[in-house]
Design a protein around this ligand. Sequence first.
Ligand code: PMP
Length: 398
Amino acid sequence: MNWKLAARAAKMNPSVLREILKVTERPGIISLAGGLPSPKTFPIQAFADACAEVLHNDGQAALQYAASEGYAPLRQAVADMLPWNVDPAQVLITTGSQQGLDLVAKVLIDPGSRVLVETPTYLGALQAFGPMEPNPVSVASDDEGVIVEDLVAKARATGGRASEDAARFVYLLPNFQNPTGRTMTEARRAAVSAAAAAAGLPIVEDNPYGELWFDEAPPLPLTARNPEGCIYLGSFSKVLAPGLRLGFLVAPKAIFPKLLQAKQAVDLHTPIFTQRMVSAVMKDNFLERHVPTIRALYKRQRDAMMAALKREMAGLDVKFNAPKGGMFLWARLPEGIDTVALLPKAVERNVAFVPGAPFYADQGDPRTLRLSFVTASVEEIDTAIAALALTLREELAL
Ligand code: PMP
């Protein structure tokens, strides 16, 4: 058969990362690579009870087609959870926040549209936007996120052709960013929010990690400061379980119906059984008891990883940050190291990480890497960081 592929199919490449990480699938490897929440945190008994309750009380409705917007009590629960005044009518329940990214792309991106992203940014967002053929533009970023002057400069229309129109939106991850673990300060949020509003630049704010703070809650989301100028994406993946594939978005009235229509076309609605089950799980403030246990676990693991890095990398020019929450730590290795080339050598020593370069919309920094501190145990983290240091010393011929 002569399959003629659509032009957009050419944009659907296998994730660079998945290809790179194939070498890490060997048994015996301690993986600091995956973005997997710790399965120890999944509240299995609470799900079992809620499942039985939903099937017993509302079995027929739970197994029937349902509204594309989502289950009303869950939309209300989401609105109640968020720290600004959210009308549940503006909440759309999505099949993971990854679907939120897909819907945003379909509704806001034309071929050639400029989409502004952080340096580096979440690879899955670049993948979700890709088939709509945007022109992703990296905004210069520091430890606090995007630099406002560069954001404003790149937001502007450059005149002339449609492809040079004003940027359609900026995609931002203010809390414990994937991949860097960095957090946008209060001052930067205020400045970004004001600058985007003044420039008429919509913000797409992705916040799957915001609840996973260690010592203090992060500053208010950007969306809370200007709900009319932002689409907010949230997720149950990191506070309950990613296998649920349950997320949500909050969008202004001006754009909500289009996102809803896009959602209808994709999958009619998010599985209603899952929505009802999660709604049942969340009764009686379950998350208020459950999430602190995740925070405590991840904080211990972050501390273990930072201690191991300090110990094992002593004397090497290795820089790493101190994430205040989330799942990831970002490191930069000495001059001359390319982490893509280093990975197979680390795998030989039974440790895996994610090279940083694929997270950049354009030229990546080959010295960077992302380490997850949540999936491996404290003992495994110690072993893995020691093995990584050994690999590095060998590479540097020390
Ligand atoms: N956004 C970011 C920044 C993520 O890290 C992830 C998960 N890796 C997602 C969105 C997608 O999450 P989900 O679809 O599970 O809600």
